[in-house]
Design a protein. Structure first.
Length: 236
């Protein structure tokens, strides 16, 4: 996992917006520029990939429904190349698009039309996490898992595991709880940085993705276990 810790980016960050609707792009640009960000725009996934390689942003906003290569495939391609935070734009919060986008590598989502207050809160949370170094220098061990929070390193049975930034933060929070159960609400607050705008689907999908990478049998997890009705905990 390549963690490129950048400046503390509450303001002045570069944000790439990939959205084919010109009116929505203009609306998003106004909101983001009002927050002090620099905005690059692309109306297709293909243009988005070019813009991303030309001037790497601190965060990418991706519409699910794009002409040509869709937003889900764009998320996959970006995620293969980078751990940049990805915020997905979707038309319906209860649709298949949400889970599919998170499975494709998005860190979070916002429903269109985006409410400026909600959009700003989600972006600030993602950027805050992206710019934050972990405080704990120690090596944490849970069975065959070895976690070095400060170095951004995870190993399973001695082999390094590649996690996204969100998956890594999720594992760190579970590890630092040292066997205590963390509710979905607590994980939303600790990992995503908010709870009022949070959605339990974010936690569940990222837990599922995390298990595919650190568990020998993800369908019968040994490390990241569900405590029914309460939340999740990390077992040794």
């Amino acid at each position: 996992m390549a963690h490129e810790l950048r400046h503390d980016s509450h303001v002045g960050s570069r944000i790439l917006v990939v959205e084919d609707d010109e009116r929505i792009r203009a609306s998003l640009r106004l909101v983001l520029e009002d927050e002090g960000h620099t905005v690059d725009e692309a109306e297709s996934a293909e243009d988005g990939l070019v813009a991303f390689s030309r001037r790497p942003p601190e965060i990418v906003l991706v519409d699910v429904m794009l002409p040509g290569i869709d937003g889900l495939e764009l998320c996959r391609r970006l995620r293969r190349a980078s751990d940049v935070p990805i915020l997905m734009l979707t038309a319906r919060s209860d649709s298949h698009d949400v889970v599919a986008g998170l499975e494709a590598g998005a860190d979070d989502y916002v429903t269109k039309p985006a409410v400026p207050k909600e959009l700003s809160a989600r972006i600030r949370a993602l950027l805050r996490r992206a710019g934050r170094a972990d405080a704990s220098p120690e090596t944490l061990r849970f069975g065959d898992l070895e976690l070095q929070p400060e170095a951004g390193v995870v190993r399973r049975a001695g082999r390094q595991v590649n996690l996204t930034r969100t998956e890594f933060r999720l594992l760190c929070e579970l590890a630092e709880a040292r066997g205590r159960v963390l509710s979905r609400e607590a994980l939303l607050d600790r990992v995503w940085g908010y709870d009022y705008f949070g959605d339990g689907k974010l936690v569940d999908v990222h837990i599922r993705r995390l298990r595919t990478k650190i568990e020998e049998n993800p369908s019968q997890p040994r490390h990241v276990v569900t405590v029914r009705g309460l939340g999740y905990k990390l077992e040794p």
